[in-house]
Design a protein around this ligand. Structure first.
Ligand SMILES: Cc1cc2nc3c(=O)[nH]c(=O)nc-3n(C[C@H](O)[C@H](O)[C@H](O)COP(=O)(O)OP(=O)(O)OC[C@H]3O[C@@H](n4cnc5c(N)ncnc54)[C@H](O)[C@@H]3O)c2cc1C
Length: 449
């Protein structure tokens, strides 16, 4: 019998396990998850905390019991503490019984996700300061908010998770300030596009303190946070949510002597195999190949975790699948706004040593005369000379998020800006102007290359 062991019971790990099960009914598949749940949507946590989702069970795509019914042996509250690649075992700690045991494997997938960055600042352990990564974190925060009814919140970090959490707090009627070290929020966009997001937030009643560094958390006598102390003064906070980003959780792999890539994630080849025989990695813990910058990157997103898990499931059962890489497509909703990006920003293109040109246009989401048309700003980046489309960013109140997907398809297929500007996209006044905003932006950047 061959035994396929999964470390980490969420998107990447359980995709790998489920796909393997579908392809091979006889394989022994054993998953260890240190939390209490499997296959939950971390992406849904901001909406759960906002109170829009209902019970946390609605975020669970497949519970441990459902996985077991499909023939996967799932152990929750079990943490893998070491991997032995020679003996082909993992050391597992049963968190409830407090006991450890060794479990053998023939093939293994490391799907341990990412670890949120926690600032090493005075007061960072105070009551009322929360990170948001797992479903357990979401439940703890939602319970605390319901019980304590805070009036003011500070979100530290203006990336997409921070902004989604700021919106969640606002939806609950809490006064929110976002504290961001960079000159504008959403530093995954170019500064000119990130500034649009900052303006939108202010217009929606979320205060943004950009270019501000948090130095310390002020704490009450009872050990509760009361303010974030920044280099520009204090911002009152009954509750603080940290959105400082994540790092790949590679400790287990590193301790086992498995190669870590220059990006900081577990190094994998396109078949998702690591440097150790029989060991795969997938999801937030590993690196991906960026098809535009042609470099390994860590882009921790659920969409990649699911696909990479699928590749592992196929390859662990005798198949030959390859993960084709990523191009940095990401979308988010910030209150009434949609924020989207794909490929490289102008800043990222420069960092990758690519000579790029960029154009920004303003258009509307529907024909300008059609009721409900709203402003849409599109920025497009192309390579000077070749005209290769490198990236796009879109900010607007509707039609930004999924509009970026068509640009992603163009970049994925190495289109030039000129070729892209002629694509046969759908048009009717309720959905777009006759020249769709992404075509207008492509035309403008094509004229610059
Ligand atoms: C608030 C929030 C919003 C997000 N929104 C989006 C979005 O809109 N779109 C998008 O694409 N992505 C989004 N993401 C990212 C997405 O959730 C992750 O990329 C995805 O969950 C990664 O899946 P994973 O299986 O690699 O890791 P995880 O989901 O982190 O799962 C790893 C699992 O491994 C377990 N584990 C770790 N170490 C061990 C160990 N030693 N032993 C046993 N178990 C272990 C952990 O408990 C965890 O359950 C969001 C994330 C957050 C936190």
């Amino acid at each position: 019998v061959t035994r396929f062991v999964v470390i980490g019971g969420d998107a990447a790990g359980m995709s790998a396990g489920s796909v393997a099960r579908r392809r091979d009914a006889t394989l022994d598949i054993v998953a260890f998850e240190r939390g209490g749940q499997t296959s939950y949507s971390a992406c849904g946590l901001p909406y759960f905390v906002a109170g829009l989702v209902g019970g946390e069970d609605r975020l669970i795509a497949r519970s441990p019991e459902q996985h077991r019914a499909l023939g996967l042996e799932v152990h929750t509250r079990h943490e893998v503490v070491a991997i032995d690649t020679t003996a082909r075992t993992v050391r597992v700690r049963d968190l409830d019984a407090g006991r450890e045991r060794d479990e053998s494997w023939d093939q293994l997938v490391i799907a341990t996700g990412a670890t949120p960055v926690r600032p090493k600042l005075p007061g960072a352990d105070a009551d009322g300061i929360f990170g948001i990564q797992t479903i357990d974190d979401g439940m703890v925060l939602a319970g605390w908010l319901a019980e304590q009814q805070p009036k003011t919140a500070v979100v530290v970090g203006g990336g997409y998770v921070g902004l989604e959490m700021a919106e969640a707090m606002r939806t609950r009627g809490i006064d929110v300030t976002v504290v961001e070290r960079q000159p504008q929020p959403m530093s995954t966009l170019d500064p000119d596009m990130g500034a649009l997001v900052g303006e939108a937030l202010e217009g929606l009643g979320i205060k943004v303190e950009s270019g501000v560094r948090g130095n310390e958390f002020a704490v009450t006598d009872t050990g509760r946070v009361r303010a974030v102390v920044t280099d520009q003064g204090e911002v009152a906070a009954d509750v603080v949510v940290l959105g400082l980003g994540v790092r790949p959780n590679v400790a287990l792999a590193r301790d086992a002597g498995i190669a870590i890539g220059e990006s900081g994630g577990v190094r994998v080849d396109p078949s998702m195999r690591t440097s150790a025989a029989g060991v795969f990695a997938a999801g937030d813990c590993c690196e991906s190949w960026h098809r535009v910058s042609r470099r390994p990157v860590v882009i921790p997103l659920g969409t990649h975790a699911n696909k990479q898990g699928r590749v592992v499931g196929i390859n662990a059962t005798g198949g030959a699948a390859e993960f084709p890489g990523v191009i940095g497509t990401a979308i988010t909703k910030v209150c009434a706004y949609e924020v989207a990006r794909t490929g490289l920003t102008e800043v990222e293109a420069a960092a990758a040593g690519i000579d790029a040109v960029a154009a920004r246009i303003e258009s509307t989401s529907r024909a300008s005369y059609y009721p409900g048309a709203t402003k849409l700003t599109v920025k497009m980046v192309a390579e000077r000379g070749s005209g290769r489309l490198l990236g796009a960013q879109i900010v607007g109140q509707e039609g930004a998020a999924k509009r970026v997907d068509v640009v992603a398809a163009g970049i994925w297929n190495d289109m030039t800006a000129d070729a892209f500007s002629w694509i046969d996209l759908g048009y009717a006044p309720p959905y777009s102007p006759v020249w769709d905003p992404v075509l207008v932006a492509a035309r403008k950047v094509a004229d610059l290359v």
